[in-house]
Design a binder for this molecule. Structure first.
Ligand code: FMN
Length: 181
């Protein structure tokens, strides 16, 4: 049995859904998953852990401050075991090379700020939650998304996360973690 910590931060809930779904997948393969919302609790849970999954989302080109703080404070521990970083964003949706380069830059900023670089980083497409945004955010997001030729029906939410692809990545990561017994 492997014991994996999933530390995440979310602003609008999609990264929480991703973290909790990953925890269910890990548990259903008879491993242990501990989930930490760094926006609520900055304390590293009692170890030992065999691997780490860290996840945050992009808002105005930045990952959450709470995630940056947690990772900075625990960079040494996070570097000692296999680790996967999931960066959730709109820009990871689609094939636009300019958007992909933008995500890579935000990930590099995160690595520079925290002093931590995961062995593997995956940009993950998030969600557009027009129904959940306040009116100002809804107008702003619609304007940004329109420029990109994206989905602008503000009477509904859109989810772009590719769950099958994510599960394949998580399964591969989990199986590659050495079993500490
Ligand atoms: C105010 C706001 C700013 C955003 N800024 C970015 C951004 O700079 N780059 C990007 O790719 N996506 C951006 N997004 C899209 C989010 O990354 C996406 O909605 C993601 O699913 C949010 O995850 P969360 O629900 O865990 O916070 C933004 C979304 C909002 C609402």
């Amino acid at each position: 049995m492997k014991r994996i910590l999933i530390a995440y931060a979310t602003t609008d809930g999609q990264t929480r859904k991703i973290a909790e779904t990953i925890a269910e997948w890990i548990r259903s393969s008879n491993h242990e998953a501990v989930v930490l919302d760094t926006g609520k609790n900055q304390e590293m849970p009692d170890g030992p852990f065999d691997g780490f999954i860290v996840a945050g989302s992009l808002h105005m080109q930045k990952h959450q401050k709470s995630l940056i703080r947690f990772v900075t404070n625990n960079a040494k521990a996070l570097s000692e075991k296999p680790a996967l970083f999931l960066s959730v964003s709109m820009a990871a949706h689609g094939q636009d090379e300019r958007n992909r380069a933008g995500v890579r830059k935000c990930i590099e900023d995160f690595e520079r700020e925290t002093g931590w670089k995961a062995k593997k980083t995956i940009p993950v497409a998030g969600a557009l939650k027009y129904l959940d945004y306040n009116w100002l955010t809804r107008i702003m997001m619609k304007r940004i998304v329109k420029k990109e030729g994206g989905d602008i029906d503000t009477s509904r939410n859109y989810e772009y996360t590719d769950w099958d692809a994510l599960k394949r990545e998580v399964d591969a990561f989990t199986s590659e973690i050495p079993n500490s017994g």
